[in-house]
Design a protein around this ligand. Structure first.
Ligand SMILES: [Zn+2]
Length: 532
């Protein structure tokens, strides 16, 4: 394995993207995916400056079990004129529990004087004091030199001095930031080479994509000797985004032979990129290099028959290396390997070694592809995928209850907020139960009515809680004929799971996802069907 750092800043810099809003739960889920991808470092946010980020680090300590990655807390050097050991924001970085602290510091004279409004000497002292203090507290320290490239152009000596001071104080990496994103690859390479020649720093690179060169600039920096690369999943970030970390890593690994991620983890990149899109609710960019659904798609015709002869004639690399697929729309969870792996996890015992197993896997695969054509996606609906496997491989699901009917009405009176009321009729434990539920929206009302209706047969589900609800309209060129995809996340207080529903009608899609959620909750709790 290469010792080059793969440093993800999706949760901090990526979250600056317009329209992207992450809850703490979303951030924890994304961090788990990043860890599965095998990145070395996950920057979780700025504890102390942002209450949500403080909460993220607090919950991460108990809820996130990282296998590969190390969490990094981001924060600024101490205030001008103060002391690091009594600075509340520096304290918050220690309190976050993160073993790596990434400090952002100024290295551009105009930013020091006009934005920070302090002296050039005091800025260097802020770097020295803060890095030294955090090192003394046992933290690994990385330093993001903000506006470095522009600062280097304005005053090379000062920019280099900031790097030197940080390195001599114990910062392990100095990441040179193209904060305004205006650089081109050749310039980046020259500056990185100069920093390496004139300081003792380990150099990292942090690029924004304003010239469309964030990936190229990151690659140029690494060619010039940088050994730490920062970026975000799907290139999320302010303005035109940050360097797309998956593209950078795939380029380095597949084209240049640097092993940054274990190959079986890189082969999860497509699935993970899409799963994270479902969490951010930002539609996946189909033309994204390597992992986009069009990245290896070919038009039919002349091409197609030649592709059958030798696919390598028409693709720059094997799509399987990044978990993508040629020609087909990506079938993320549907890979044979995922099906075998998941079925083993569930104790359904499919090792794929004999013909009967192979036939079952093929049957599940066909089912998944069929559902995907209708708008389902299983990358972000782990519980629905598990139910599908149980249905296909285990001869069906436990028969907990039957639904006779449901309906929901929403009315608005005068100035008051609209209220919804649902009626659900179910058979469970030998009884027919009719219940109503109210809610501030129709799905909320249906959820209340359904769980109320099942509560005497299955008191185990009383504490389930709907914690997130996401809607996406698919195939919008058909206007109102579009189908609606609903993703629901449910919590039992200690774990969460996601289910999916797809239908032309948004309430029907929501209802299907609710039923799956409750069924999964009962299976998870080990409850046997009570038919009365
Ligand atoms: Zn940035």
């Amino acid at each position: 394995m290469s010792d080059l750092h793969v440093y993800d800043t999706t949760l901090r810099d990526g979250a600056q993207q317009e329209g992207l809003n992450l809850s703490v739960t979303d951030k924890l889920a994304i961090a788990a995916h990043l860890d599965d991808l095998g990145v070395g470092f996950i920057e979780g946010g700025w504890p102390g400056a942002n209450p949500k980020d403080t909460e993220f680090f607090r919950r991460a300590q108990t809820e996130l079990r990282l296998k590969n990655a190390t969490l990094a807390a981001f924060g600024a050097t101490r205030r001008a004129g103060g002391r690091a050991d009594s600075d509340p924001l520096v304290r918050a970085l220690l309190d976050s529990g993160a073993s790596v602290v990434t400090l952002v510091a100024k290295s551009h004279v105009s930013h020091v004087e006009r934005a920070l409004r302090t002296t050039l000497a005091e800025n260097l002292e802020m770097i020295r004091d803060t890095v030294t203090f955090l090192r003394g507290e046992g933290r690994r320290v990385f330093l993001d030199a903000e506006h470095f490239f522009d600062g280097y152009t304005t005053d090379r000596a000062y920019a280099l001095e900031a790097v030197r001071v940080a390195a001599e104080s114990g910062a392990e990496v100095i990441a040179l930031c193209d904060t305004n994103g205006g650089m081109l690859p050749a310039e980046v390479a020259d500056v990185v080479a100069d920093v390496l020649a004139t300081t003792s720093a380990r150099v990292g690179i942090h690029c924004h994509n304003d010239t469309g060169c964030a990936v190229a600039n990151s690659m140029a920096a690494i060619d010039a000797g940088a050994t730490h690369v920062q970026g975000t999943i799907n290139g999320y970030g302010e303005r035109t985004g940050n360097a797309n970390l998956v593209t950078v890593v795939a380029n380095l690994q597949i084209k240049q032979g640097l092993e940054l991620l274990e190959p079986h983890r890189l082969a999860e990149a497509t699935r993970i990129s899409h799963a994270i899109s479902e969490i951010t609710n930002v539609a996946p960019y189909s033309r994204q290099p390597y992992v986009g659904s069009s990245a290896f798609a070919h038009k039919a015709g002349l091409h197609a028959s030649a592709i059958k002869v030798d696919p390598d004639l028409y693709q720059h690399t094997d799509p399987k290396a990044v978990g993508n697929d040629m020609r087909m729309l990506v079938s993320d969870m549907a890979g044979r390997a995922s099906i075998e792996l998941k079925s083993r996890e569930l104790g359904l015992d499919l090792d794929g070694s004999d013909e009967a197993d192979a036939a079952k896997v093929a049957q599940v695969l066909a089912r998944v592809k069929d559902l995907e054509l209708r708008g389902y996606t299983f990358d972000a609906a782990d519980a629905s995928f598990e139910l599908l496997l149980r249905r296909e491989l285990n001869g069906g699901l436990p028969d907990y209850f039957d639904v006779e009917s449901w309906r929901v009405i929403t009315d608005s009176r005068g100035e008051d907020d609209a209220l919804s009321e649902a009626t659900v009729k179910v058979f469970a434990a030998g009884e027919r139960v009719v219940t109503t539920g109210e809610g501030n929206g129709p799905v909320n009302a249906l959820d209340h009515a359904l769980r109320e209706g099942l509560s005497s047969a299955y008191p185990e589900i009383a504490h389930l809680e709907l914690v997130d609800y996401k809607v996406r309209i698919l195939d919008t060129e058909h206007g109102t004929d579009a189908v609606t995809r609903v993703l629901i996340e449910t919590s039992d207080g200690s774990t969460t799971w996601s289910t999916i529903g797809v239908a032309a009608n948004i309430l029907e899609a929501s209802w299907d996802a609710l039923l799956e959620s409750v069924t999964f909750g009962l299976i998870r709790a080990g409850v046997a069907p009570r038919r009365g």
